[in-house]
Each structure stands twice: as structure tokens, then as C-alpha cells.
Design a protein around this ligand. Structure first.
Ligand code: ZN
Ligand code: ZN
Length: 310
């Protein structure tokens, strides 16, 4: 049976392309029977990368146990961010750069996690450890994952590993890093092409915090006023999603990728938790100013978790 490899739901560029790079690593390791799949369609930014390198998007799966008994996780570990029937299959390996939470297996597994800026930079490090080579097209896709997660090395999630390996991958792929990176990031910010649901849910993840389910979406923009102009519809969409899916709180972080600032919009009972987490208050327009905040993983989840558990 083919082992399926996939990143988290609502795949971002790192999730989607790290499934491909981990599949290639497995093949070079002598495991040919693997397939990179995805838990959702590529977003606009990822589509730009796939089109640029003329690579088809991975097949989308909704469940895994109907076609395999073994999976490999990349770019996530929390079960509520994984395939719906994750509890029914064996997890052979995890390669990740997120916190470990809500994760449990019956059998031993290969688990590699490092607090680095992207899963692709970690996988590239593992390629180098084995002396494996990265094909040019894959190098371009891996570079795209790193660019996405680190906002072209500008996010505080960037570590020395990304500064070292991103230029190496760009060289293998023959990429002009600055030009390609900005074009790719901007491709993900075309709000006119996104529905309210795309904006709210397109990159959203669920987190358990002190027994509550907190849904945190993030959208990259080049102009925050585009989000502000659609705020009422966005809030109504967050409310509907929360009611339909049982989220206690829904938070949308809109991030200005050119100026490295965000605003937060929220629906739910726990807005005091958000205010405590960031030491700020929602203004009269129900917006939370988040200067310097660009990373959900590093600058939003930890303080919010602390506020919930206080
Ligand atoms: Zn990701
Ligand atoms: Zn990632």
C-alpha cells in the first residue's frame, strides 16, 4: 500500500511543497512507494509557485484510511489540523517545525522537529545530511515554502538555517530570490479574488486552549484598508463559521507583508483573552492593532495560549 504524505489542512506553500520534498527524500532513501497528497487545494500564493515551476498540484484527499494504513505528516502534528481520520492510520514519520500538542501514537515512529523557520529548510538540511541531491524544480518549490513561511526572511520566525539554505536552493533552481519571492508573496495577497470565506478560512487553523477551541485565520495583504473595507462581511463569516463548527472564538490576523504589521478582528466570547495576550484593546471599529506581528506561530499562539491559561 502506498504511504501517503501530507501537510496540514488549509495547506500553505510550506505544507504543500514539504509533502513533495519529503516524498523525494523517501524515494532517495529507498522507499519508492510514497505519494505526496494534500488536505486541500493550493492557495493563490502556492498556485503561483506551482505554475512557475510547471508542477501539478498534489491530489486532494479527505480521508486516508480508505486507501492506506500508513501516513507521514509534514509541517504539522496536531490531530485537529490533520486528516479527519488520522486516528485510524499508522503515522510512520513526522517532520515539523511547530509546537507538539494533541499528538499520540500507538507505535514508535520517526519524529524530527526543530524550531526552525520552515519544514522545507529542515528537510533540505536532512537531504544534505544524507548527501542526497535536490532536483532543480523541487529546489524551487522548497525555496517557495521557505519564502512563504519566513516572508522572504523578514519574519521573526526566520532562523540562521533559512538564511543559509534559501540562497542555496535558489541557486539550484536558478531563481532571482528577491524578484521571485516578492512576486510569489504578492500573488497571495489578491483580496479582490478572494471570497469572504477564503479570507477567513483560507489559512485558518484550530488550537485547543484551556479547553476552548480557538480558530485563528491569517491573511496576507499589501494594504490593510482592503480588509477594513470588508470588515462587516468578514465578521459575519467568522460568526457563521464559529456557530457551524463549534469554535469558541474566531480570530483573523490580517498581515501587511510590506510593513510587517497586523490588525486582529475577532468573533466570540473571549475578546478579553486577546486583549490580555497583546496588551492592547479593541478600538471603536472593533480592530486590534498588532504592530510588528507577522507570525501566528510565534507571535499569536503563544501569548494567546498564556492568556487562556492564566
Ligand atoms: Zn504550514
Ligand atoms: Zn511551515
Amino acid at each position: 500500500m502506498t504511504t501517503l504524505i501530507f501537510g496540514h489542512q488549509n495547506p500553505d506553500t510550506d505544507a504543500l511543497t514539504s509533502a513533495m520534498s519529503w516524498a523525494e527524500y523517501q524515494r532517495q532513501l529507498g522507499n519508492p512507494d510514497v505519494e505526496a497528497v494534500a488536505l486541500g487545494e493550493p492557495n493563490d500564493e502556492t498556485k503561483f509557485a506551482l505554475d512557475y515551476f510547471k508542477v501539478a498540484a498534489p491530489r486532494v484527499i479527505k480521508t486516508a484510511a480508505n486507501e492506506t494504513d500508513t501516513v507521514m505528516l509534514v509541517d504539522h502534528n496536531e490531530f485537529q489540523q490533520s486528516v479527519a481520520d488520522i486516528a485510524d492510520v499508522t503515522i510512520a514519520s513526522v517532520v515539523d517545525h511547530h509546537r507538539v500538542a494533541n499528538f499520540k501514537t500507538a507505535a514508535p515512529l520517526f519524529y524530527r522537529a526543530e524550531p526552525v523557520g520552515s519544514t522545507n529548510s529542515l528537510i533540505y538540511k536532512m537531504f544534505k545530511e544524507k548527501g542526497f541531491t535536490v532536483p532543480a524544480t523541487l529546489a524551487g518549490l522548497m525555496a517557495s515554502g521557505i519564502i512563504s513561511d519566513t516572508l522572504l526572511l523578514k519574519s521573526p520566525t526566520t532562523t540562521p538555517l533559512e538564511r543559509e539554505v534559501l540562497p542555496e536552493l535558489a541557486a539550484i533552481a536558478g531563481l532571482d530570490l528577491e524578484a521571485y519571492g516578492l512576486a510569489m508573496l504578492k500573488a497571495g495577497t489578491n483580496l479582490a479574488a478572494k471570497s469572504d470565506l477564503d479570507i477567513v478560512e483560507g489559512d485558518a487553523k484550530s488550537f485547543e486552549m484551556a479547553g476552548k477551541t480557538v480558530r485563528i485565520g491569517q491573511v496576507n495583504v499589501v494594504d490593510l484598508t482592503e480588509i477594513e473595507a470588508r470588515q462587516a462581511a468578514i465578521e459575519a463569516t467568522m460568526k457563521a463559521e464559529a456557530e457551524q463548527n463549534g469554535y469558541d472564538t474566531f480570530v483573523l490576523i490580517a498581515t501587511d507583508i510590506l510593513n510587517s504589521n497586523s490588525i486582529g478582528l475577532a468573533y466570540g466570547q473571549d475578546q478579553d483573552k486577546l486583549e490580555a495576550a497583546f496588551g492592547a484593546t479593541f478600538d471603536a471599529d472593533r480592530r486590534l492593532a498588532l504592530p510588528g506581528v507577522v507570525s501566528r506561530k510565534k507571535q499569536v499562539v503563544p501569548p494567546l495560549q498564556a492568556a487562556y491559561e492564566a
